[in-house]
Design a binder for this molecule. Structure first.
Ligand code: GLU
Length: 289
């Protein structure tokens, strides 16, 4: 079976050099290995995703000389797939509704921090401080029926008890990349959100479901998602999904060494193209020669 790769941008802004690097690496790997390249549009956050950004993704990738298999998978069209996975995790007793607002969570975190150090996740955000896990089922149901918004969270301690020796295979991109079997520590993320009242999925859940449904065998993506792989591996094991390998690549940074954002105009593909850049010069700029 040929290897399957995917590029999975979110249409919440225009693509920049960092996306170009990731997309070109996927495209090159697929070509070198006789593999397939899929494109997935990660558009579950309807408040930030816009059709014009999606149209620009197709245009910019084509301009770079990248082609991908059709049809493109748009996550917003597959919500039942994510709901089915969520139901499976709920049936295992691993999901609970958490009713705190963002402001309440921030208050709880500062209270915990006042009592001493409160742990942060690998991205630097404080772990979820709530304890509604212990709320009796009838109290939960009353709150849900009364219309209070909620997030569905993974009971991380219970989930971790079901899996032992969780690891992933890191292929690493570049000369000094970390490679080999990496121990996965999903507990470092606390009780992550899997879905919300109005959205039956989250980044972690949909990425895992889609990679499996699309048969992705090698995930090539930015180093910023290296630690999130622990959560993805946990969900794969809990849901009985196959294990892909991972190749995390360096991030392209701006001249001050910061990770590029979708609003950094000087590194936007559209701006570079308007200023006369060619697809070959974009390759050179990201170090792909
Ligand atoms: N949609 C994510 C992003 O644009 C990428 C997800 C992934 O590659 O796993 O950052």
């Amino acid at each position: 079976m040929p290897p399957v790769f995917r590029f999975a941008p979110s249409p919440n802004g225009f693509l920049h050099l960092g996306h170009a690097y990731s997309a070109l690496l996927n495209f090159d790997r697929a070509r070198e290995t006789g593999g397939r390249l899929l494109l997935r549009i990660e558009d579950i956050d309807t408040t930030r995703c816009r059709p014009e950004f999606e149209a620009a993704i197709y245009e910019d990738l084509s301009w770079l000389g990248i082609d991908w298999e059709m049809p493109v998978r748009r996550q917003s069209e597959h919500l039942p797939d994510y709901r089915a996975a969520l139901d499976k995790l709920s049936a295992l007793g691993l999901v609970y509704p958490a009713f705190e607002s963002r402001a309440e969570i921030a208050r709880l975190v500062s209270a915990r921090e006042g009592e001493g150090r409160w742990p942060r996740d690998p991205d630097g955000a404080p772990l979820y401080p709530g304890n509604v896990k212990s709320l009796p089922v009838d109290a939960r149901e009353r709150l849900i029926i009364s219309g209070v918004p909620y997030a569905l969270r993974l009971d991380m301690a219970a989930a971790c008890q079901r899996v032992a020796g969780l690891t992933w295979t890191e292929l690493g991109e570049g000369a000094d990349a970390e490679r080999g079997i990496v121990p996965a520590r999903p507990e470092a993320w606390g009780d992550v959100i899997l879905a919300r009242k109005e959205t039956p999925t989250s980044y972690h859940l949909s990425v895992v479901v889609d990679d499996a449904l699309q048969g992705v065998s090698e995930i090539v993506r930015g180093q910023d998602l290296f630690h999130a792989t622990a959560v993805h591996r946990l969900l794969q094991v809990l849901l009985g999904l196959p294990e892909p390998s991972y190749r995390h690549h360096r991030l392209i940074c701006d001249c001050e060494g910061r990770k590029l954002s979708k609003s950094s105009r000087s590194t936007g593909l559209r701006e570079l193209r308007a200023a006369g850049a060619s697809p070959a010069s974009i390759r050179a700029l990201v170090g792909l020669g």
